[in-house]
Each structure stands twice: as structure tokens, then as C-alpha cells.
Design a protein around this ligand. Structure first.
Ligand SMILES: NC(=O)c1ccc[n+]([C@@H]2O[C@H](COP(=O)([O-])OP(=O)(O)OC[C@H]3O[C@@H](n4cnc5c(N)ncnc54)[C@H](OP(=O)(O)O)[C@@H]3O)[C@@H](O)[C@H]2O)c1
Length: 310
């Protein structure tokens, strides 16, 4: 049984907080809109500044490189496929980046995370934006069908620990430049989709890590947590079309433009496309609906496979 102080708080806190929130909601919304308009007008000028992007050899990271290049940023591009990185670097130069270096690194390796930051800072002498974008999605299966759970440890190694290690090494340099971290999480960090337990958990860990880091760093280093929906990339092209269903796929170039706009505005959060944020509200207020509608897909898939085997 809860101690009496909690019994009192269980009644008093919601009685005060809920009406206060409802009453102040219009004021909060207006102030948010005004602040965003101000940030849009006086956003950060990124020309000549140094941006390091992990996972820049394809997909969202590749297009982030092009978007930063169009704005004149100097770039450090990181991934494992060096040939692809070189192609991206060449295109970034033609789009307007004054200086681009490529760094071959595997962010699941601790020593590579340190080296990639050292190489970038040794070359440019500073770091302004760190874009933690590299990530993997291992082919999804239901947890019950999974025979070797340890196969999925790599998802956490790359998506979570890779970001953590890289960020840890970058913080002293970002503090000097009063820079910004852009963390690419996913709507799946809060929206439960079947067959994505490990990926979703890795992205929820990313969001929670950077949300907490924001509190530790204060205003010295900005953090933009990005939760993309479904974006055209190598990752989504490897997903079964039936799994994607009717979800519209966002063009990579639009997503990248929106992320760079958001980072330069100094936003704390970005969900792209915006309408997907509505599912956050639905899930927050009525998780039963999300659970029911998404579980139906599993039940339907099980029925079909059962019919096939009989
Ligand atoms: N596409 C979507 O719908 C979507 C939605 C939400 C979130 N996201 C997130 O967006 C980010 C980018 O994904 P994407 O969709 O653009 O997929 P992608 O085209 O597959 O790009 C992933 C990038 O990460 C790099 N990478 C993977 N493992 C790495 C490692 N161990 N070390 C260094 N680099 C590594 C890959 O390069 P190499 O293979 O050359 O190393 C590649 O450049 C990911 O974090 C993903 O989770 C994507």
C-alpha cells in the first residue's frame, strides 16, 4: 500500500497540474509560435562552420551532407564504405562546401569513435555541429520467432553506443564552439510497430540519452532530437513493402532540408513529417488504440502463415 503522503499527492498533484496545463495551453502555444518565428528569422549561419556527419555514405546522412554543403559548411563525412563517402564528398564540394574530408570509421568500435573526432578537429581546428546519424535496422522478426537474441546486440552497439561514444569525445570541442548535436532517433522510439523491438528500443535509448544530456549540458551545447517517420533510403528499401503498408515514404532530400533548417533554428525537437506527431498524441492519450490497431497486423500475419503451412 502507498504511504499516506503519496495518497495525498495522488489527489493533490493532478488536481493542480491538469487544470493549470489546460488553462495555460493557449499561452504556451502562442509563445512557442513566436519563439519559433524569432529563431527562423535569426537562425544560425552555418557557412564556414564545421559539421561532422556519421553515416554520410547513403540515405539521410548523404543528403544532410548536400544540404549543409549548399549552405557553405565545411564537412567531415564518416562511414565504413570509403568509395561511397568519396562520391558524396565530391558532390558536396560541387554544391558549395569549401572543404570536405572523409573518415572511414565503424562507430561500433570504441577506438574509431575517438579517432573520427580527433581527425576532424585536427584538420579543421574546431567542431560546430555533430550529426549522429549512422544507424542500422536488422531484419525484423517477432521476438517469439527469434532464435538468437545476441544477433541483435549489434543494433544497440551501432545505434546507441556508437552515438554515445562519438558524442562523449565531441563534447569538449562542441563546448568551445557553443555548438550543437543533432541526434537522429525515430518515431519508432515512441510508436510501437511489431517486429521492431530491438530497433525501437535502441532509438528510445537514443532519445532518452540526449534528453538527459540536454539537462546536463544546459545552454552550452544545443541538442536537436530528430524523429523521422518513413524516409526513402537504403534502410527502408530493405524493408518488406507489406511491412510499410500504406505509410507514405518521405523523399530523403526534403527530410534532410528540414533537419538542417531545424538545427540552424536551434530547435530542441523535430518530427518529420510533422503529421506523424499526431500519432504521438494519440498514443499518449489512448495507447490502447495503438496497441489494438498494431497488434491486428501481427494477428493477421500469423493467420496467413498458419493457413499456408496447413
Ligand atoms: N529511413 C527511415 O525511414 C528512417 C526513419 C527513422 C530514423 N532513421 C534513422 O536515420 C539514420 C540514417 O538511416 P537511413 O535511413 O539514411 O539509412 P541508410 O541509407 O542505410 O544509412 C545508414 C548510414 O549509416 C552508416 N552506418 C551503418 N553502420 C555504421 C557503422 N557501424 N559505422 C559507421 N557508419 C555506419 C551507413 O554507412 P556504411 O554502411 O558505409 O558504414 C550509412 O551511411 C539511421 O539512424 C536510421 O535509424 C531512418
Amino acid at each position: 500500500m502507498a504511504p499516506p503522503s503519496h495518497n495525498v499527492a495522488n489527489i493533490v498533484v493532478p488536481t493542480i497540474v491538469l487544470p493549470s496545463l489546460i488553462l495555460s495551453l493557449p499561452l504556451i502555444l502562442v509563445s512557442k509560435i513566436l519563439k519559433r518565428a524569432k529563431r527562423s528569422l535569426f537562425g544560425e549561419k552555418i557557412a564556414g562552420k564545421v559539421v561532422l556527419i556519421t553515416g554520410a555514405s547513403s540515405g539521410i546522412g548523404e543528403h544532410l551532407a548536400y544540404e549543409y554543403a549548399r549552405r557553405g559548411a565545411r564537412l567531415a563525412l564518416v562511414a565504413r564504405r570509403e568509395d561511397r563517402l568519396r562520391e558524396v564528398a565530391n558532390k558536396a564540394r560541387t554544391l558549395g562546401s569549401p572543404d570536405v574530408i572523409t573518415i572511414q570509421a565503424d562507430i561500433s568500435k570504441s577506438e574509431d569513435c575517438k579517432r573520427l573526432i580527433d581527425e576532424a578537429v585536427n584538420h579543421f581546428g574546431q567542431l560546430n555541429h555533430l550529426v549522429n546519424n549512422a544507424g542500422i535496422m536488422q531484419s525484423g522478426e517477432l521476438l517469439e520467432d527469434c532464435t538468437q537474441i545476441s544477433d541483435y546486440e549489434r543494433t544497440m552497439e551501432v545505434n546507441f553506443w556508437g552515438n554515445v561514444r562519438t558524442t562523449h569525445h565531441a563534447i569538449p570541442h562542441l563546448r568551445k564552439s557553443k555548438g550543437r548535436i543533432i541526434a537522429i532517433s525515430s518515431v519508432m522510439s515512441w510508436y510501437p510497430i511489431p517486429k521492431s523491438t530491438f530497433y525501437s528500443a535502441s532509438k528510445a535509448a537514443v532519445s532518452a540519452f540526449f534528453e538527459t544530456l540536454r539537462v546536463e549540458l544546459g545552454s552550452d551545447i544545443g541538442i536537436t532530437i530528430v524523429t523521422p517517420g518513413v524516409v526513402d533510403s537504403e534502410m527502408t528499401s530493405s524493408v518488406d513493402e507489406a511491412e510499410l503498408g500504406d505509410t507514405p515514404v518521405m523523399p530523403t532530400v526534403l527530410c534532410a532540408k528540414s533537419i538542417v533548417n531545424s538545427a540552424c533554428r536551434g530547435d530542441n525537437y523535430l518530427t518529420e513529417p510533422f503529421w506523424m506527431k499526431m500519432f504521438y498524441l494519440v498514443h499518449l492519450i489512448c495507447p490502447e488504440f495503438t496497441h489494438w490497431s498494431n497488434h491486428r497486423k501481427v494477428a493477421a500475419a500469423k493467420k496467413t502463415s498458419h493457413k499456408k503451412t496447413n
